[in-house]
Write a protein that binds this ligand. Structure first.
Ligand code: TXA
Ligand code: MG
Length: 297
């Protein structure tokens, strides 16, 4: 990383594809490797609040409260950037997204690199995020210098992105921390309903987080299952799991933890399409609902 290389690494959410955030050429390699549009900014990962503060011009009260409560953890804060952050990191914008991950490998890597690490999820643009080193290899083989294999990531879904440059702060991308979690510390507005084309948080555009075969969300399953399809369901009362049938837990945390892993398996099953039984909505389910909406777009 000190020489400008790319290293994929585990975090508590999903695997990241990292480069030195202060090295514009290295960050450009991330965009190349992912096939990521230049208009989509990346998250900068730090190991301390002091390191975060060194990258921004303002540290609002809400940032202090949220960081105290949820860092290290699956929370990304959008703040006003200092000029030392290259434009490519922020897609030319005046704000930067910063997160302190809670994973020993991620923390050790940032410390060893001696610099903040810019890292989007370690997958080709628009495709499923990676929750194992094998997933990273599947999407980015030959495009990354090193993969640190830390086993499956525990959270399984991305961080919650919160813009703290506004009052009250606004959720720009739902993630592992729910609005209810955040609001216990400071009032936070929910993500605006999907605004396609508005580039407030560009990773929230229509098709994203998607498997390579069509994915369809249904509210109930018909009696006979189609042998050409693969199924993702949750809860009790389903046939035994197989290559074409995965049963996720009925609680939102358990479901989130298994979602990408299940979709990776089903996209490789040889099925024509993936049928997903729509999970519940409501408290704790925002991020899962968001990802399924985009995966089916
Ligand atoms: O859990 C995670 O957040 C993972 C791990 C690796 O940290 N990272 C991740 O990065 O999901 P990525 O690039 O796949 O998603 C970053 C999201 C996108 O929706 C992007 O638009 C938004 O954060 N974002 C980044 N910088 C931003 C900024 N300055 N303003 C608004 N949104 C920003
Ligand atoms: Mg991503």
């Amino acid at each position: 990383m000190r020489e400008g290389g790319l290293v994929a690494f585990p975090t508590e959410t999903v695997y990241g594809l990292g480069a030195n955030a202060l090295d514009a050429e290295a960050v450009a390699r991330i965009y190349d490797a992912k096939g990521r549009p230049a208009r989509n900014p990346v998250i900068v990962h730090v190991v301390s609040v002091a390191q975060a503060k060194g990258l921004v011009t303002e540290w609002p009260d809400a940032a202090e409260k949220l960081a105290q409560a949820f860092w290290p953890g699956p929370l990304t804060l959008i703040l006003k950037k200092k000029p030392l952050i290259p434009d490519i990191v922020t897609a030319g914008g005046s704000t930067v997204a910063i997160r302190m991950p809670d994973h020993p490998v991620a923390r050790a890597l940032i410390e060893a690199a001696g610099a903040p690490i810019a890292a989007p999820s370690a997958n080709r643009s628009e495709q499923l995020s990676s929750t194992t080193a094998e997933h990273v290899l599947k999407g980015l083989s030959g495009r990354v210098d090193l993969i640190l294999d830390g086993g499956p990531t525990p959270g399984g879904l991305e961080s919650t992105v919160v813009d703290v440059t506004t009052k009250p702060p606004v959720i720009r991308r739902p993630g592992l921390l729910s609005q209810e979690d955040l609001s216990e510390v400071t009032p936070v507005t929910a993500a605006a309903t999907v605004d396609v084309g508005a580039l407030l948080s560009p990773g929230t555009m229509t098709r994203h987080y998607a498997p390579r075969i069509p994915l369809i969300v249904v509210s109930s399953l018909s009696e006979g299952l189609n042998a050409n399809y693969a199924y993702l369901v949750y809860g009790e009362g389903f046939p035994e799991e197989s290559d074409r049938m995965i049963v996720l837990p009925a609680d939102s945390k358990g479901y989130a933890a298994g979602l990408y892993h299940a979709l990776h398996r089903l996209e490789e099953s040889g099925a024509e399409k993936i049928i997903v039984l729509c999970p519940p909505s409501g408290e704790g389910w925002d991020a899962v609902q968001d990802r399924l909406k985009r995966a089916s777009a």
